[in-house]
Design a protein around this ligand. Structure first.
Ligand code: SF4
Length: 280
């Protein structure tokens, strides 16, 4: 459960993965396929070959060089520590019976989705323009928090897609209110195929970019202030010197998947990925 006395900064910190308090769940529970993001195939529920017995990654400092870029992009929104320490009370999957471990791996993606919703709802509540729906957002936040505290059995049975749908209705209303407040032409690019698009210096203030495919798009110097970026695919998009001040529903995994620079202006809810400036 999130601390009820929290401020925005504390909540955001709680909704970030804390590997120190997790049993490497993302490295076991989730599948991946050999691709530009992962060097090998891995089935769900199977420990990654690079996972050490202390639940740490054996190649953490060289993930990109070793072909595991996908791992540097991922964040569990704090679901790893929640499932490890709260849902399963600190019992790790290595020392537990196989049934306990399987249940842990089944529950982890469910809690990850709930925590992602907590992230969006928290962001929505930080938007002054969304004040008309703040009461409903708070109710949805409380309901989602309550669900994260369910037992493993209840979580395994949860229809998380239905809950997502309910929350999404509220997030859509939030987006309309927030973008109405933004300056610019407020273009509607919801779900648009903008893969590889040349959007250098584009005016995307207050744009609806929900679920847009911006893979490898050139957004150098683009103005994305006040844009809704929920679910936008930013893999390899170039955000060099772009302005994302006040852009909302942008998550750290989305940003981690993009390229950028020290000149990229970011909303305060996310941090500048280390690989933007690091020498690879
Ligand atoms: S490479 Fe490292 S971070 Fe990625 S899944 Fe394997 S152990 Fe986890």
């Amino acid at each position: 459960m999130l601390n009820p006395m929290r401020d925005q900064t504390t909540v955001r910190a709680e909704l970030r993965g804390d590997c120190e308090r997790c049993f490497g769940l993302c490295c076991v529970a989730l599948p991946f396929a050999a691709s530009t993001d992962f060097a090998v195939d891995k089935a769900a529920g199977t420990p990654c070959r690079n996972l050490r017995s202390d639940h740490r990654c054996g190649i953490h400092a060289k993930l990109r060089q070793r072909g595991f870029t996908g791992c540097t992009v991922y964040d569990c929104f704090g679901a790893g520590q929640q499932v490890s320490q709260v849902t399963f009370g600190g019992r790790d999957w290595r020392s537990a019976p196989p049934e306990h471990a399987r249940r842990m791996f089944d529950v982890f993606p469910v809690v990850r989705q709930l925590h992602e919703l907590l992230w969006y709802l928290t962001e929505a509540l930080a938007l002054p323009a969304a004040r008309p729906v703040h009461a409903e957002l708070r109710t949805a936040l409380a309901k989602t928090e309550q669900l994260t505290g369910n037992t493993p059995e209840e979580l395994a049975e949860l229809d998380v897609a239905a809950h997502r749908q309910d929350v999404n209705v509220l997030l859509l209303r939030t987006s309309e209110l927030a973008r109405a407040d933004a300056k610019g032409r407020k273009k509607n690019r919801r779900g648009a195929d903008l893969m590889g698009a040349r959007l250098v210096g584009a005016d995307l203030r207050g744009a609806n970019l929900r679920g847009a495919y911006l893979i490898a798009a050139d957004l150098t110097g683009a103005d994305l202030r006040g844009a809704d970026l929920i679910g936008a695919d930013l893999r390899d998009a170039d955000l060099t010197d772009a302005d994302l001040t006040g852009a909302f529903f942008l998550t750290q995994p989305q940003l981690n998947a993009a390229r950028g620079s020290a000149g990229t202006r970011l909303p305060e809810s996310v941090t500048r990925p280390g690989h933007w400036t690091a020498q690879l």
